[in-house]
Design a protein around this ligand. Sequence first.
Ligand code: PLP
Length: 394
Amino acid sequence: MSEIMHPQSAVHNTQALIAMIREHYQSEDFIPLHAPCLGQPEKQTLNTCIDSTFVSSVGQFVTELEQRFIDYTGARHAVAVVNGTMGLFLALKVAGVESDDLVLTQSLSFVATANAIKMLQADPLFLDVDSMSYGLSADTLENFLNEQACQKDGMCVHKQTGKVIRACVPMHTLGFVAEMDRIVEICQRHGIKVIEDAAESLGSFYQGQHSGTFGEMGVFSFNGNKILTTGGGGMLVTDDAELASHAKHLSTTAKIPHAWLFEHDEIGYNLRMPNLNAALGVAQFDRLPGFLQEKATLAASYRHFLSQQSDLTMMQGLASAQPNYWLNGLILPDQASRDVFLQQANEAGIQTRPLWTPMHQLEIYRDCLRCELPQTEWLAERVVNLPSGVKCHG
Ligand SMILES: *Cc1c(COP(=O)(O)O)cnc(C)c1O
């Protein structure tokens, strides 16, 4: 890889990059990493929602947001939920994940991916990410399953522990899409369900197909920092009618529909997205094409700028994918120059931050099973997220 970068050269690059960012945003003020764009359309749908008095989990906007999702992603079914984390929990639950199961996922992710697995008393098993897609590595997955798993009573079993490997959760890092055709094929061969953590990848496509629609289920997030926001919210998508109706049923206390009787046929949850949040989402959805276009333009500006800097590159993703450029990732030569950059940019009022601490390095997940994770550690030491929000005019 590159030789160690001297702080002086980091200064030179950093000042030029800060100038480029200020030029793009036409601002001398603090520039956040990613701020939501809200305005008149959101206020209007919120007012309509309030006037309707349907502000909780039943209402036209919840249904409308689900339909928008179906139309946009090409999934057959969509279930709106309170947030992405609980969407993952619900997807794993209806996929049949039980206590003591193993769920394959990547160490390089936001903590919610592993937390959702733990909520079912199952354990994450951390695999490496791919150097090109930044998502779960299909090669690592294949090698792991060939060497460490076997079939028993129609289930995929981890030889060393005897535990069932029930599901696999690839995550589309920063909106770059994982190699989904291979991941799905490998998991199908081993009898493992695929649930995509597509929290960051609304608007990202792989070989022309929307992220989140390759596996059995996919889950999106509308947290305040995501490409679209509902305040808090999430969406579970699937082509499977039974999984969709089970997820919806469990998200609404497993109440049997009836005009007045309260009957519940399972221990359910209260995870349905409120209509107020969905109203925000419906207004936001109209802006998605504009957001995507502006983000692609900014990503191209970063790439252009950095093509003139010999020691720096931007994260690109697979050639067969079309990312949403949710967050731009700058790859620095090493951890020391990353830290110099973070210090300088943040002091200059340009909000930048590293990737997440990989899960296997967190105290809470330290004891989980894992493979060698060289690519995870390489990226975690070097990547810095640059401001990536849209310029908002209300
Ligand atoms: C944001 C995010 C989530 C969780 O979504 P919330 O809506 O905040 O609960 C899960 N996984 C990843 C990778 C995320 O970035």
